[in-house]
Design a protein around this ligand. Structure first.
Ligand code: RET
Length: 270
């Protein structure tokens, strides 16, 4: 792949999506990390569509709709990467361990769509109010977009890590809500059991993403292979998206009365 990239770049100076797509095809580790998710997201979408047939209440259906969109966004995201449309090569600034990096920037872009879906589902489950939801989803989108900026910045190594730090600050807002404020609301809503499980899954898996960024090709490049970096993200995605959404939907389908009634708390604000 290194050699292939080199020829592409010296020949034209620019890499076009078509050429990048050829590179992906030539790197079976990278290609498999992407195709696996297209396949699993397809299975998940069909399964969730089927599971949704047994859900009738409005709040339950809202959760079901966002859960179904999670694999659909994922298929689009991975096809973007596979087609070369959302992958590019970047010349790294001085101080970066690698000269040239294959950046899967489409990942960061589509996280701005997929992660709000996950948080919306958790927020509705815990019956948080609209202001809480807005703050957390706003911070989450900020995290994804500044993560995208960190990956695409080539002006200097310091600026790359500055964006990384801002992204972490946004992430801290999300973690605070998931660990501190939302659990109390879930308790009042009577959904604290499943919320606790999903929160643990989410917090542990989401922490994996900034770690992969930091040790992977875009960060310190302790892992120098783009295929391995990509597999780590893909593995996290499988658990944080399809397994997460499956557990959520199965619970909602079996406990619709709790979701609709709002537990022992005062009536919801909406
Ligand atoms: C980045 C790098 C900059 C610092 C931080 C990050 C966090 C990313 C996270 C991503 C979660 C993605 C999920 C996708 C599912 O579709 C952008 C890697 C904090 C938490 C769950």
């Amino acid at each position: 792949i290194q050699w292939h990239m080199q020829t592409l770049l010296t020949d034209s100076g620019v890499t076009y999506p078509l050429q990048v797509a050829e590179v992906i095809e030539g790197d079976s580790l990278l290609a498999s990390s992407l195709w696996v998710n297209v396949a699993l997201a397809g299975v998940a979408a069909l399964l969730f569509a089927y599971m949704g047939q047994s859900v009738h209440g409005e709040r339950s259906r809202m959760i079901w709709v966002v859960a179904l969109f999670i694999p659909l966004v994922s298929i689009s995201s991975y096809l973007g990467l596979l087609s070369g449309l959302t992958i590019g090569t970047l010349q790294m600034p001085a101080g970066h361990p690698l000269d040239e990096v294959v950046s899967q920037w489409g990942r960061y872009l589509t996280w701005a769509f997929s992660t709000p879906l996950i948080l919306a589902a958790l927020g509705w489950l815990a019956r948080v109010d609209k202001a809480d939801m807005l703050a957390v989803i706003g911070a989450d989108i900020g995290m994804c977009l500044t993560g995208l900026a960190a990956a695409q910045t080539t002006a200097s190594i310091e600026l790359r890590w500055a964006f990384y730090a801002v992204s972490c600050a946004f992430f801290a807002v999300v973690l605070y809500a998931l660990l501190v404020t939302w659990p109390q609301k879930a308790k009042a809503a009577g959904t604290d059991d499943i919320f606790g499980t999903l929160r643990l899954l989410t917090v542990v898996l989401w922490l994996g993403y900034p770690i992969v960024w930091a040790i992977g090709v875009e960060g310190l490049a302790l892992i120098e292979s783009v295929g391995t970096t990509s597999w780590l993200y893909s593995g996290l995605d499988v658990l944080a998206k399809y397994v997460f959404a499956f557990l959520l939907l199965r619970w909602v389908a079996n406990n619709e009365s709790i979701v609709e009634s709002g537990g022992s708390a005062a009536p919801a604000d909406d």
